[in-house]
Design a protein around this ligand. Structure first.
Ligand code: USQ
Length: 374
């Protein structure tokens, strides 16, 4: 039902797969509670899947379910017999995970128990099922060396071995993603599972071609300070006429990608299942930008639409490096055939125009950060 899962379901259904979407509606419930609704109206998951099926004659099944419930998950896998399970079911927000003890406990238990249950169910039912899990570039943090794609060879006292690349996260959310990689790697080594871990950077955008022009197929596009990713937030801030919120110096660099490329990457991963007993890690982003560079891109595109926007450095609510080296490798997905969708002026203008249609629905009170851990 979420930002990435729904469009991924559509693309797999478009390709002729039978898809089953399972969600516990955490994102819907919590964004409603926190008063940070998505910008575009998001139809009920069952209803929009039904509409999709009636238009395309394809099969998207939907079910309310929770990965923390092992018996439910086990039964769902036995009944559906998937070739692959794409695991999007983690609490994905760094600020949410840092906002209090309840949120911290939820993030830890949801993310780790859900992943454990999935690995365990697949191990028991059919270890040939390919698990594709959304990881995050934030697992690596911002080390002062090049970031490899998952593994690194270490030479120590004349001997050499291969290990997972060192990881050091800067939020509890990102830390749970390190731990779930370790959990899956453990079951890969001991039970011979086949797992792809996609270390994804922040995603931007809200449209994939499979949606066409139907507003009923819109995805969960958040622009608030808890669930909105930075570029999406800047688009909405520009349209709302508020200065773009640069956290600290704004020289933090990350690897970004368009939502269109997220679904392509997952498709590529699913088409090339790894061997039994193998953990494949791929760094999933297409372009590196600093926060300042992203803001400048939005400011320039907005000016083409007659919108005057400025950026404002505000005190960084997060504890993170604002000046750092950043050179992550990202070749595996391109080797599998990914053609990156580059962030250019034309794409940004088109996104701004769509956001402008919803201008009256923007809640300015959701924009400023409220969760601080710096
Ligand atoms: N930032 C600003 N201004 C804002 C919002 C964010 O300067 O208004 C900065 C942040 O301080 C950070 C960067 O922009 O340096 C990216 O922040 P973000 O909120 O877009 O991304 P993040 O919290 O890291 O998390 C998002 C997704 C998460 C995913 C992660 C990939 O929510 O699920 O794992 O991107 S990565 O950032 O590579 O770890």
């Amino acid at each position: 039902d979420g930002y990435l899962g729904w469009p991924t379901g559509l693309i797999f259904a478009s390709r002729g797969c039978t898809v089953k979407l399972v969600d516990n509606f955490f994102r819907r419930k919590v964004t409603e509670e926190l008063g940070c609704s998505p910008l575009f109206e998001v139809a009920d998951m069952h209803a929009r899947a039904k509409l999709w099926n009636s238009l395309h004659g394809s099969k998207i099944e939907t079910e309310e379910g929770d990965l923390r419930d092992f018996s439910y998950l086990r039964e769902a896998i036995i009944q559906f017999k998937p070739d692959a399970v794409i695991h999007f079911a983690e609490q994905p927000s760094a600020p949410y995970s840092m906002s209090g003890i309840n949120e911290a406990q939820f993030t830890l238990t949801n993310n780790l128990l859900g992943t454990l249950n999935l690995a365990y169910a697949v191990k028991e039912i059919d270890p040939d099922i390919h698990i594709i899990k959304l990881g995050t570039m934030g697992e690596y943090g911002t080390p002062d060396i090049d970031i490899e794609e998952g593994f690194i060879n270490v030479r120590h006292k004349g001997r050499e071995d291969k290990f997972l690349f060192p990881r050091q996260a800067s939020s509890l959310y990102h830390t749970t993603k390190i731990q779930d990689t370790d959990l899956l790697y453990f079951y890969v080594r001991t039970a011979g599972l086949r797992v792809t871990d996609l270390m994804q950077g922040p995603v931007y955008g809200f449209w994939v071609p499979d949606m066409g022009d139907r507003t009923e197929f819109a995805t969960f596009f958040n622009y608030d300070a808890i669930f909105g990713t930075v570029f999406n937030r800047f688009l909405v801030q520009a349209v709302a006429g508020v200065p773009l919120t640069i956290y600290g110096k704004g020289n933090q660099k990350r690897g970004y990608l368009n939502l269109i490329d997220t679904v392509s990457c997952i498709e590529l991963a699913a088409k090339t299942p790894v061997k039994r007993g193998q953990l494949r890690v791929m760094n999933q982003f297409t372009e590196v930008f600093s926060v300042n560079e992203l803001a400048d891109i939005v400011i320039e595109a907005a000016s083409k639409l007659g919108i005057k926007t400025t950026k404002e450095q505000i005190e960084n609510p997060r504890k993170e490096s604002e000046e750092h080296y950043y050179n992550p490798v990202h070749t595996k997905l391109e080797e599998l055939g990914l053609t990156p969708t580059r962030l250019n002026g034309q794409i940004v203008v088109a996104m701004l125009e769509k956001v402008m249609q919803r201008k009256s629905f923007i809640s300015e009170s959701a924009i400023q950060p409220t969760v601080r851990w710096n």
